[in-house]
Design a binder for this molecule. Structure first.
Ligand code: M6R
Length: 369
């Protein structure tokens, strides 16, 4: 049932190219437009939206953080992302023109369900992104976009995360298209890059042997830090979450620009710092800023593990360990950069002798508030 893999998690990581492909299937027209017929909100409803809130927990929350960059950039609608457990207790401002996107792999997470019920009481429209057909969250939502990731057995979420990203990209592009903020050819250009990602991910997955070796070296570290900017920041948070839940190690993700405001004090001789570097093509300034951050931590003794785009030679001198990922537009890059971090956490946990698929104290779906 594990298809020859030692853990469900490794099987599910390997299934990610197919999961992305399946989530895109049937949602793109031949002309590269987005078709979301199953989202039962009319084009007029979508034109009326003046604010988007994304609510979710854990890994699904991290997909929402990535989505914010894409949705605001493409649609110019303000978008906020909030932990579902916090959302309803702070009296958020919601009305008929608010679109609340609830993201949940299981569709049964109580915190997310309570957040969506609260949103509905306030008359907001609720759209679910969910991997489980017929589960409670989509049933109670006004509309649903299913991720077609297939069942996820390992407690640590992997393929669900990547397919949630794909679903968010589709929603962002669809909103931009319906509202006339993006021209058809602009949407089609992004779509064609999205369609390339399964192949690129397959290539990336074939180069992960080094990450396995790295995991053996890092298994005794007392803390591992993750830094990133822009969409690399939620990727850093996700890398840290994976390591905490699987390897039971102290790990933290930071916005790289925040280091100097405090966290840099944590860095000691040999502290591993995983650095997620943006593409030099998309936002060169941002990439240069992360490179300076890498130099700063290195000057204080950090051991740097750098995730960068293939051919980005400028980062090489500052990387104690370099992991290269295929070229991908900035907003879509988390579909690549997250994957080595999933494998790193899985392999460190295995090297430490932990049950990768069933980490202690955790359940696959959290049905209590
Ligand atoms: O089923 P959901 O997507 O609503 O679950 C949300 C979180 O509980 C989940 O992502 C959790 O953080 C994972 N164990 C992370 O790997």
């Amino acid at each position: 049932e594990k298809g020859g893999y030692e853990y469900f998690m490794l099987k599910e990581i390997a299934e990610q190219p197919q999961a992305i492909h399946d989530t895109l299937l049937g949602r793109l027209s031949e002309r590269g437009e987005i078709i979301l017929d199953e989202v039962r909100l009319t084009d007029q409803d979508l034109r009326d939206v003046d604010k988007v809130f994304i609510v979710a927990c854990g890994t699904a929350y991290h997909s929402g953080l990535v989505a914010k960059y894409a949705i605001e950039h493409w649609t110019r609608i303000p978008c906020e992302v909030e932990l579902a457990s916090e959302f309803r207790y702070r009296d958020p401002v919601l009305d008929r023109s608010t679109l609340v996107v609830a993201i949940s792999q299981s569709g049964e997470t109580m915190d997310t369900l309570m957040a969506l019920r609260h949103a509905k009481e306030q008359k907001a429209r609720v759209l679910a992104i969910c991997n489980t057909n017929g589960s409670t969250i989509p049933r109670e939502s006004d509309a649903v976009l299913y991720t077609h990731g297939g069942p996820e057995i390992a407690v640590a979420s992997t393929k669900a995360f990547l397919t949630q990203l794909v679903a968010c990209y589709l929603i962002g592009l669809h909103l931009a298209q319906v509202r006339g903020v993006m021209y058809a050819d602009e949407v089609a250009a992004v779509v064609s890059r999205l369609m390339e990602t399964p192949d690129h991910l397959r290539q990336l997955l074939d180069t992960m042997e080094d990450v396995r070796q790295l995991a053996r070296d890092l298994k005794t570290a007392s803390t591992v830090l993750f830094i990133g900017r822009h969409v690399g920041y939620p990727v850093a948070l996700e890398g840290a979450l994976k390591l905490k839940e699987l390897a039971y190690m102290h790990a933290e993700g930071f916005a790289a620009g925040e280091l100097k405001h405090g966290p840099i004090a944590l860095i000691d001789e040999g502290t591993p710092v995983v650095c997620v570097v943006p593409s030099p093509a998309g936002r060169g300034v941002l990439r240069d800023k992360v490179v300076s951050n890498i130099q700063e931590v290195r000057a204080r003794g950090a051991r740097t593990i750098v995730i960068a785009e293939e051919g980005d030679e400028a980062v090489r001198p500052f990387a104690d360990h370099l992991i290269e990922v295929p070229r991908t537009p900035t907003l879509l890059a988390p579909l690549m950069t997250t994957v080595p971090l999933q494998i790193l956490a899985c392999e460190i946990a295995a090297a430490r002798g932990h049950d990768v698929d069933q980490p202690r104290n955790l359940a696959k779906s959290v049905t209590v508030e």
